[in-house]
Write a protein that binds this ligand. Structure first.
Ligand code: SAM
Length: 218
């Protein structure tokens, strides 16, 4: 496992504790909804790296039962208190756990979503991530990934589009900027790509995100 992870986990924890989790203001929800439109909504969804749960609640509003998974226990506790206050009990539950060891049984999930978490996992560990996601996903189930795109021109002081590897580290965070081909390589044998699009967000520093929907073979 990458030696950066303990530091990265600490950075995520600090950001939520101090309210400096800028990514929680990202506005890619409408595009995400469009990718789920044709999927059955009477389903159980696992939202990996759910953070404050903005996307998690959106899926519950679409009629899905959603489990939000994140490895910051303090955040999970706070989110679960909010679930009751906001009237989502029985429809949304947050669970503390690591994506490398998801605390769920095999083949129990209809749809896995991941908004901006895989991009923080080093390419050397992608196989561990795919193994876990595919283990909990039912045959015929779907995966929706929304990650930073390699088409992004500039990100802080990094130029993803011009870079060779798409890997960048700053302030204790690892970032990877993705291409469709990388998702094909990661999931290719077990899944097919249903739809993949890159969207530019002018109000989010012109960062580009790649939205990719995959289906696990039955
Ligand atoms: C950039 S944030 C995105 C949060 C949320 N999906 C959003 O879009 O607002 C990434 C999230 O993944 C969580 N995370 C990172 N690595 C993880 C891991 N190995 N297992 C579980 N959660 C992880 C972090 O705690 C953080 O909440």
């Amino acid at each position: 496992m990458n030696e950066l992870y303990p530091k990265q986990k600490q950075r995520f924890k600090e950001a939520y504790a101090t309210g400096t989790d800028k990514w929680s203001n990202n506005t890619y929800v409408q595009e995400g909804i469009s990718f789920l439109q044709r999927l059955p909504h009477n389903t159980t969804v696992l939202d990996i790296g759910s953070g404050r749960g903005n996307w998690t609640y959106t899926m519950a509003d679409l009629g899905m039962k959603v489990i939000g998974l994140d490895y910051i226990p303090e955040l999970i506790e706070r989110n679960n208190a909010d679930v009751k206050l906001r009237g989502y009990a029985g429809r949304v539950a947050f669970m503390a756990g690591d994506v490398f060891n998801i605390p769920l049984q095999d083949k129990t999930i209809d749809i896995v979503t991941d908004f901006n978490t895989l991009q923080h996992i080093h390419p050397n560990d992608w196989n561990l991530y795919t193994q876990e996601v595919l283990r909990v996903l039912k045959p015929g189930g779907f995966i929706l990934l929304v990650q930073l795109s390699k088409m992004t021109e500039t990100f802080i002081n990094f130029e993803p589009r011009a870079s060779k590897t798409g890997n960048f580290e700053i302030h204790g965070f690892h970032y990877h900027f993705f291409t469709k081909e990388e998702f094909q390589d990661m999931f290719g044998e077990d899944c097919s790509i249903v739809r993949s699009e890159v969207h530019t967000f002018p109000h989010m520093d012109n960062h580009r995100y790649i939205f990719t929907l995959l289906q696990k073979k039955a």
